[in-house]
Ligand binder design. Structure first.
Ligand code: SF4
Length: 66
C-alpha cells in the first residue's frame, strides 16, 4: 500500500460511478481501485500534482465512464 492517493498517480483514471472508488489505467492493477485515498504499490507520481490542493472533482472523464 502507498500513502499517496491515486489522484496523484500517472495511472489515475478518474472517479468511478460517483466515488469513492476510482478507475486505474495501470495494466498491473484492477481497473477499479476501491480505496483511492491510499493508492497502491504501483503508485508513480504524476508531474505537477503537488500544485493541486486535493482530489479532482467528479465526474470522471467520459471515455472511462460509458
Ligand atoms: S491503483 Fe495504484 S497504479 Fe492505479 S492509480 Fe492508484 S496508485 Fe496508481
Amino acid at each position: 500500500m502507498s500513502a499517496a492517493p491515486c489522484w496523484h498517480c500517472i495511472s489515475w483514471g478518474g472517479w468511478a460511478w460517483g466515488g469513492p472508488h476510482s478507475f486505474c489505467r495501470d495494466p498491473r492493477c484492477p481497473k477499479v481501485q476501491a480505496s483511492p485515498a491510499t493508492g497502491c504499490c504501483s503508485f508513480e507520481r504524476a508531474p505537477g500534482v503537488d500544485d493541486e490542493a486535493g482530489p479532482p472533482p467528479y465526474p470522471p472523464p467520459a471515455e472511462l465512464n460509458p
